[in-house]
Design a protein. Structure first.
Ligand SMILES: *[C@@H]1O[C@H](CO)[C@@H](O)[C@H](O)[C@H]1NC(C)=O
Ligand SMILES: *[C@@H]1O[C@H](CO)[C@@H](O)[C@H](O)[C@H]1NC(C)=O
Ligand SMILES: *[C@@H]1O[C@H](CO)[C@@H](O)[C@H](O)[C@H]1NC(C)=O
Length: 465
């Protein structure tokens, strides 16, 4: 076990960790309004940018917050800065993506993405339908930046992303930060279990122009295209086709309002609040002889059809609906189950037989979700089960009725369990459970996983699965 010895000696190296926080540009949001786009890059503080410009850092943990920043003027005329975490019942984090990189790299991706849906890409009119390609592939194929930490939403505050050394996310030449924040102005509704709080499920309002003949929403083909698993399609899941679509991501584009603005015209004139996405990360200087680089796996989205499973992070429908259980069903039996099987970590350039080891896995579920399981399809063994928590109070991070956290599975050196190893092509089953006592639109059931390629220094693998 050369690797174990290696870790023990590495622990003795000086390994000073630094923690920094960076803030997105201000995001102005009115109640019931949607913010869903990439915000322009911001420069890191000059001292830090100078230190990081020509180095690679090993990031061992990160967390995000959505904050309101208030500058107050004191009696003596001086300004002070106050920051408060925004509760989900004011500003609901549907999901986020963060980007770190060079000025050039981030501005290039920003210039390219500014007018696009961050997941679905540009607006394509039906006549040009043959141009519709992958989903967010345009984000992944540029150089000069790294995207990490994406796609968690309301559970972001209680969703630890600390990976054990020697594993780390490696970032090079970081001088700038940019983000996509899909943020919904929920406008003070505290308990989502109240019937009148549907905004976080993105209802398609009468202002959305859904044209069934042309297959468009507001003149564009739905972004991303509808692309459900065989199971969800066979069930006629209403989130899988425009004909039956009543709410979800595709009605939640940037600038949309989620209430009927003909009936409530005043919402567009309500005062906006100003938020920032705040990323806090802990890193150390990268030592090539010590650190083992993590990358996101291509798997898993429970909506993804088997055919889409090549080179496609989020190549499925991304979302689906939870139909309400039949009237008269006992409450404890109101459970919706979705499942599919995907290869763990295929990409266009990866060898399907290459071994990878899983180090961090955490689910992304929406309100109503009760658990998500990852199962080795060949052995039937449970690899990870991620269970969300729901809030009970009013503080940010504990909002009553909201899904506010989710527990990851973390593997690594002892005392952690050893990282399970699989070939990239290994079939993995996802099973997502939702409480169906109420109907939900646009729920997501994703695995966000970090894996490392097993290279020679790992020695002979002992538990190849
Ligand atoms: C980084 O390296 C480049 C070329 O190697 C050099 O031109 C530049 O001045 C360096 N920047 C800093 C901040 O050290
Ligand atoms: C991004 O767009 C701005 C404004 O059009 C331009 O000045 C800048 O050079 C562009 N940057 C990159 C990297 O494409
Ligand atoms: C679903 O939620 C309802 C209402 O909160 C609750 O009464 C019921 O027990 C839950 N069902 C399951 C299967 O968790």
């Amino acid at each position: 076990m050369w690797r174990t010895l290696f870790i023990a000696s590495a622990a003795a190296l000086p390994q000073e960790e630094h923690t920094i926080s960076v803030y997105s540009r201000p995001i102005r949001l009115r109640p019931s309004e949607v913010h869903n786009r990439m915000d322009a890059p911001v420069a890191l503080p000059p001292d830090l940018a100078r230190r990081l410009a020509n180095t690679t850092i090993a990031v061992s943990s990160f967390e995000v917050d959505v904050v309101e920043v208030v500058h107050a003027r004191g009696r003596d005329g001086s300004f002070s800065r106050h920051e408060r975490s925004a509760p989900l019942y004011e500003a609901y984090n549907h999901h986020f993506l963060t980007f770190l990189g060079t000025e050039e790299g981030l501005w290039r991706i920003y210039n390219h993405s500014a007018d696009m849906d961050p997941i679905g890409g540009e607006c394509v009119k039906p006549a040009h339908a043959h141009h519709v390609g992958g989903t967010n592939g345009h984000l992944a194929k540029k150089s000069g930046f790294s995207q990490f930490g994406g796609a968690s939403g309301a559970e972001f505050r209680n969703n630890p992303h600390r990976v054990p050394a020697p594993y780390a996310f490696l970032l090079s030449g970081v001088t700038h930060f940019a983000s996509v924040l899909h943020l919904i102005g929920t406008g003070g509704v505290r308990d989502h279990s109240l019937e009148h709080a549907p905004l976080l499920e993105c209802p398609c309002t009468p202002q959305r122009h859904i044209n069934l003949a042309r297959g468009t929403i507001d003149g564009c083909l739905p972004r991303p295209p509808f692309r459900c698993s065989d199971q969800l399609r066979a069930q006629g899941n209403s989130g899988c086709a425009l004909e039956t679509y009543v709410g979800g991501y595709r009605c939640c584009e940037d600038g949309a309002f989620l209430v009927d603005t003909d009936k409530m015209p005043d919402v567009v004139r309500r005062p906006a609040a100003t938020y920032h996405l705040k990323l806090t990360m802990t890193f150390r200087e990268h030592l090539p002889e010590r650190d083992i680089e993590l990358h996101p796996t291509s798997c898993c989205d429970v909506t993804e059809p088997a055919a889409a499973a090549v080179d496609s992070f989020l190549g499925g429908n991304v979302e689906y609906d939870i139909p309400q259980c039949a009237e008269g069903t006992p409450q404890h039996e109101c459970v919706h189950v979705a499942t599919n099987v995907q290869p763990l970590d295929l990409s266009a350039h990866g060898d399907p037989d290459e071994l990878v080891e899983l180090v961090h896995a955490v689910g992304h579920l929406h309100y109503g979700g009760t658990s998500i399981e990852l199962i080795d399809e060949l052995s039937g063994q449970l690899v990870c089960r991620s269970v969300p928590t729901y809030g009970t109070g009013t503080a940010a991070g504990d909002e009553a009725g909201y899904l506010v956290g989710i527990q990851p599975c973390v593997w690594g050196p002892p005392p952690l369990k050893p990282p399970p190893r699989f070939k990239r092509s290994h079939p993995m089953r996802t099973i997502a459970y939702y409480n169906s006592s109420r109907a939900h639109t646009g729920v997501m059931s994703l695995w966000l996983m970090s894996a490392a390629v097993v290279d020679e220094r790992g020695g002979a693998p002992t538990a190849v699965q």
